[in-house]
Ligand binder design. Structure first.
Ligand code: HEM
Length: 226
């Protein structure tokens, strides 16, 4: 709505955001934009793998891998959630081209994070993992977030969208907000034992802002126009 206003107003205040939106959309529609985004999203994972191989991850490489993959899962989740607010607020509509890829990268990092836990913490001992998950509430919450990510990753392809139908697909994919809340709770729980909550507060604020934006949009749709 706002972007429409910006595009239509001819005064100087509206011209700058419209010009920025046009430049951002043109860059995002460039054929190189998707491959560039793919490479960018892969870099933290490659950096962690390289660090493990070259032994540059510090005194506790297993912890660095576990934390690094966890951090990037949360960052990419926030980036995926930010697509709609950024489109609506600034008119950066071409961001939609990257949303599916961002969502799938979120899943890939979550899978790598889970593998770090299963391999480096638990030595792929299935019985020990099954015993450990309910014993540590923060791991249980992380597992729940991961389980909720599975159907989203599995239905992110065109055929699944067609099979489900737009309405059901959108309803299913709304669970991404529950996943974001669980992810912040998981992070809070993991860090609370170490009394180190500054970073958690930043992510909690970002998720609250993104959720607040969607809630406001949903309420506006529900309320009759005055
Ligand atoms: C969407 C799913 C998930 C997200 C977004 C996520 C995110 C995070 C984040 C941000 C951290 C803190 C990293 C730091 O201290 O900088 C973390 C830590 C951790 N997560 Fe997850 N996580 C998820 C799922 C899981 C799952 C499924 C498991 C295991 C079953 C798990 C196990 C752990 C463990 C053990 C730590 C502590 C690492 C350490 O401090 O050594 N997480 N996670």
């Amino acid at each position: 709505m706002r972007a429409w206003t910006w595009r239509r107003t001819s005064d100087a205040r509206g011209a700058a955001p419209a010009a920025i939106a046009a430049a951002v959309n043109a860059a995002l529609r460039h054929p190189a934009a998707k491959p560039a985004a793919f490479v960018l999203a892969s870099l933290p994972l490659l950096h962690l793998i390289w660090g493990a191989w070259a032994d540059t991850l510090g005194a506790n490489p297993a912890q660095a891998l576990s934390r690094g993959t966890g951090d990037w899962t949360l960052r990419l989740l926030c980036a995926t959630l930010a697509v709609t607010p950024l489109r609506e607020a600034f008119g950066w509509h071409a961001l939609l081209r990257l949303r599916r890829m961002l969502g799938l990268w979120t899943f890939a990092y979550a899978l790598a994070h889970l593998l770090c836990y299963a391999w480096l913490d638990m030595g792929f001992d299935a019985a020990a993992i099954v015993r450990d998950i309910p014993k540590r509430p923060f791991v249980l919450v992380g597992t729940l977030a991961f389980v909720l990510l599975l159907p989203l990753a599995g239905t992110s392809f065109d055929r699944a969208v067609r099979a489900l139908g737009g309405r059901r697909w959108r309803a299913l994919h709304r669970s991404v907000y529950a996943i974001a809340l669980l992810a912040v709770l998981h992070f809070l729980w993991a860090r609370s034992a170490k009394n180190d909550l500054a970073e958690v507060a930043v992510y909690a604020a970002i998720v609250a802002l993104l959720l607040g934006w969607r809630l406001r949009a949903a309420l506006r749709r529900q309320l009759p126009a005055r």
